[in-house]
Design a protein around this ligand. Structure first.
Ligand SMILES: [Zn+2]
Length: 338
């Protein structure tokens, strides 16, 4: 699915350069409006070349982020070109506010360097397109410096706020400022009749929301151990218990998990959702057939247990001697994250 949306076109300085479908949308949009307004094929081709030139400035901008991040020892997996510009996917985000500030600033600075260079080129050569290139680079710098998280200006704002009120709250406030700006831009776009700007505002709002949720999640899991969320009072059933019997037990309980034991040891675990699903299908397996024995220890970081939980919904928890200590279920983690 991901590969269908992003098409790899090149590899530069050890970074994959990819195209998002929305970028191709721009090319189609420019070509069709150009042809429909009666322009010749050659003029349409020149218009498309102009768009590609603009995107080459965006590529330079993204590489400025890439090199700034590399300076702090952070590598970049890919750069994706999309409708709102480019997106450099760093292997991890700089968490040190000062580093995040510099990495975010590097992009607009590259356009601030290009703008006067093109102006100088125009001055000496009189090639008219150079002054347009200079203007576009100035626009790119200003546009990206807007404090609309997750745009560069928004990231710089988050870095400044994070240094004072912490990463989680800094992100929330940067996101709020960004959404307010995006809504204002969208309203203005309606009044001046500029559909592209509405789309861009929507993209920014959505991207900001997604990143904000992710930061909230990782920040609230920071330092939390499996021991903090382990559920010790569980329901234990014998291996021969059927789905129908387990379903009846669950109807009288709020437990999200049933464990399966042989009278001495706990052998496996079955999530509530699986029992309800099997029961609805009229399945009549036994507890021994349904359970799995994936487990973690009490001192595991919750952030590393979360992948198993995503897959299995409930997992077993053992103490440092390898004895059964309880279960961990996705419901408890979701409640914790809020
Ligand atoms: Zn940028």
């Amino acid at each position: 699915m991901k590969n269908m949306k992003n098409m790899k076109i090149a590899r530069l300085f050890g970074v994959d350069l990819k195209l998002h479908w929305s970028f191709l949308g721009i090319l189609v949009f420019v070509a069709s409006t150009s042809l429909f307004s009666g322009e010749t094929l050659i003029a349409t081709g020149i218009n498309l070349l102009f768009v590609l030139a603009v995107f080459s400035f965006i590529v330079v901008h993204e590489f400025a982020h890439v090199f700034a991040a590399r300076y702090y020892g952070i590598e970049t997996e890919s750069i994706t070109l999309m409708i709102i510009g480019g997106l450099a996917r760093l292997e991890r985000l700089p968490e040190e506010p000062q580093q995040e500030f510099i990495v975010a600033l590097a992009g607009p600075v590259s356009n601030m360097v290009l703008a006067p260079l093109f102006l100088l080129g125009w001055h000496f050569t009189d090639i008219p397109v150079l002054i347009q290139f200079s203007f576009i680079n100035s626009l790119l710098a200003i546009f990206n410096l807007a404090p609309a998280f997750p745009m560069d200006g928004g990231r710089m704002l988050r870095a400044i706020l994070a240094a004072r009120i912490g990463r989680k709250n800094g992100t929330i406030w940067a996101f709020r400022v960004g959404v307010t700006l995006a809504v204002c831009a969208a309203v203005a776009a309606v009044f001046i009749g500029h559909p592209m700007l509405i789309l861009i505002a929507g993209f920014i709002g959505l991207a900001g929301y997604k990143e904000c949720q992710e930061v909230k999640r990782t920040e609230s899991l920071r330092g939390v151990k499996v021991a903090d969320l382990v559920i010790v009072d569980g329901i234990v059933v014998p291996q021969t218990t059927t789905v129908a019997e387990m379903f009846r037990i669950l109807m009288h309980s709020a437990h999200q998990t049933i464990t399966v034991g042989d009278g001495e040891n706990i052998l496996s675990v079955i999530p509530r959702a699986d029992i309800i699903e099997r029961s609805a299908k009229g399945d009549n397996r036994t507890a021994a057939e349904m359970g799995h024995s994936i487990g973690v220890t009490l001192d595991t970081d919750l952030s590393s247990a979360i992948n198993d939980l995503r897959l299995w919904k409930s997992i077993l928890v053992y103490d440092d001697k390898g004895d059964f200590a309880g279960v961990l279920d996705r419901d408890a983690v979701d409640r914790w994250v809020g």
